[in-house]
Design a protein around this ligand. Structure first.
Ligand SMILES: Cc1ncc(C[n+]2csc(CCOP(=O)(O)OP(=O)(O)O)c2C)c(N)n1
Ligand code: SF4
Length: 510
């Protein structure tokens, strides 16, 4: 929208999203300022708002977005940027920034940004948070990310209030400032004093850069611009944790017009939160204590050619297979799920593994959800498993009713209990613990079940199972037993299970 007339007029075409570029026509106009290409052309969420943002007029979020977009553009980092947006008024930042985007749960941006940066260190990871998000529900996340010196950039929009939810008191709300939850004005004796996040983080060793700026007037906005750019440059140069607190107007909740709101930033916020460079230095780490850097493939002990997928495609007969493994702690329930997921990965599938267990270390209930898919997985939750591996009677009774019609239940026992309440599913009882005992270790019970499952479902190959076991099982003697256990579970299903039929209430009999 920003055509500056070199000589006289500014022209806009109503039918286009941007200005008419007259420079090509050689008529004296020159575009000196335009919307950063780091922004999408239009705001797609609402048809009636395509050419404006969802922010209120005079809101600081829009200004901060603009400064960030320009810095990313100037530094040529658009293709490398991952923007982590929070919960708050800026929740929709991903509608504006044409970069990689992740929107996270309330307060969790520094934690998500940590994961992103550690797994993709070459990316520019920006966490953007409001004061409710960062300084209330997310206090722990920001403190620990800063203390670990995560090499991320955090922009903290402090407008001294919860904007999105209608004006509740934030940790940064000023003494005496009214909010819906402090209608009498914040009283330190009851609500405590405002939290000064920049000062707090400055007590930590690890951060390399902490500055507080304000969107109060053009001069301060230019300072904010420089601080934002520097915080991004620091990450580009791999320097460490950078944090910019941006005092920002929220005219709507403050009940002011945009001009007065800016003035209020200058008159009230800045005195309470003085502008300052609290930290700007290189981090000196003790020598010799650097963590080793290993790729995901190395950590999983997958050779590179395997990590990049199999050369010969495996003949998977399913698009998505959902599995639940359930039992109690100590039975190797979670490990069995991990084995399946890692086998799937080796066979070039998309996989997910989601554990769920009680607080007890041993003997508490434990189960895991596993998805194997030829497509991207929508959710790791398995509420209707196609396969249930039940390692105990309690888990059989609890999860069998969830099994999809026509699904498969493998039960670790020689027979079904009375009235098991099993739906129209195929059931195979596998005396897995007896088999494992005979082979020399009850620990191999889960691998007997794995062998049985592979034999019955053909979902993954025995070769993959052996490869994963070789990596996972460090004890050579146990590995030998596991190899036999895999074969024994397989043989049981192929040669014995059908001979000793167990009558089923629904007519299925194995
Ligand atoms: C777990 C959780 N708790 C509470 C909320 C409600 N909630 C949404 S936004 C918000 C506060 C936002 O304030 P702030 O971070 O200051 O951002 P602003 O809207 O002012 O930009 C709250 C409490 C939520 N969405 N999720
Ligand atoms: S409520 Fe406040 S923070 Fe939210 S968009 Fe409006 S002015 Fe901005």
């Amino acid at each position: 929208m920003f055509v500056m007339e070199k000589q006289e007029l500014q022209v806009e075409d109503e039918n286009k999203s941007g200005p008419v570029d007259l420079s090509a026509g050689g008529n004296g106009y020159e575009v000196v300022h335009s919307k950063s290409p780091v922004f999408y052309d239009t705001y797609e969420r609402k048809s009636e708002l395509k050419h404006q943002t969802h922010y209120c007029p005079g809101c600081g979020h829009g200004v901060a977005h603009k400064l960030i977009a320009e810095a990313i553009e100037e530094l040529g980092l658009q293709d490398k940027t991952i923007f982590v947006s929070p919960v708050g008024c800026s929740v929709f930042a991903y509608y504006y920034f044409d970069v990689g985007n992740v929107q996270v749960a309330h307060g969790r941006a520094p934690a998500a940004a940590t994961g992103l940066k550690r797994s993709c260190p070459e990316k520019l990871v920006i966490a953007y948070q409001g004061d409710g998000d960062l300084a209330a529900i997310g206090t722990a996340e920001i403190l620990h990310a800063a203390n670990r010196g995560e090499k991320i950039t955090v922009f903290f929009l402090n407008n001294a209030i919860y904007g999105m939810t209608g004006g509740q008191m934030a940790p940064t709300t000023l003494v005496g400032q009214k909010s819906t939850t402090s209608p009498w004005g914040r009283r330190p004796a009851n609500e405590g004093f405002p939290l000064h996040m920049s000062e707090l983080l400055s007590t930590l060793e690890a951060p390399v850069y902490i500055e507080r700026v304000a969107l109060s007037d053009n001069k301060n906005i230019m300072r904010a611009r420089r601080a934002i750019r520097k915080a991004i440059e620091n990450q580009r140069d791999n320097l460490g944790f950078s944090f910019v607190e941006i005092l920002s107007p929220c005219p709507t909740i403050w009940g002011k017009d945009p001009v007065d709101a800016r003035r209020w930033v200058a008159d009230q916020l800045i005195p309470a939160f003085p502008l300052n460079v609290f930290r700007d230095r290189k981090l000196e780490l003790p020598a010799g204590l650097e963590p080793p850097r290993r790729s995901v493939a190395e950590v999983l002990e997958i050779r590179n050619e395997e990590a990049s997928g199999p050369s010969v495609p495996y003949p998977h007969t399913f698009e998505e297979l959902t599995i639940k493994v359930a039992g109690f702690g100590g039975q190797g329930v979670l490990l069995l799920g991990q084995l399946l997921a890692e086998m799937g990965m080796r066979e070039g599938l998309e996989v997910s593994w989601l554990p769920s267990y009680g607080p007890e270390m041993r003997s508490g209930s434990a189960n895991c959800h596993v998805c194997l898919s030829t497509q991207r997985i929508g959710t790791p939750l398995v509420s209707r498993p196609q396969v249930l591996i039940a390692m105990s009677e309690i888990s059989l009774r609890k999860f069998a009713p969830q099994v999809a019609p026509g699904g498969l239940i493998l039960y670790s026992s020689d027979r079904l209990p009375e009235n098991p309440g099993i739906p129209a599913a195929n059931v195979i009882c596998v005396p897995a613990s007896e088999i494992a005992d005979k082979l020399g270790s009850a620990k191999a019970t889960n691998v007997v079940m794995l062998g049985a499952m592979l034999a019955e479902s053909n979902c993954l190959t025995r070769e993959s199972a052996l490869k994963v076991l070789e990596v996972k099982v460090k004890d050579r003697a146990l590995l030998e037993i596991d190899r036999k256990a895999l074969a024994a579970g397989w043989d049981f299903v192929n040669h014995q299970a059908y001979a000793g039929a167990v009558p089923q209430a629904d007519g299925f009999a194995y």
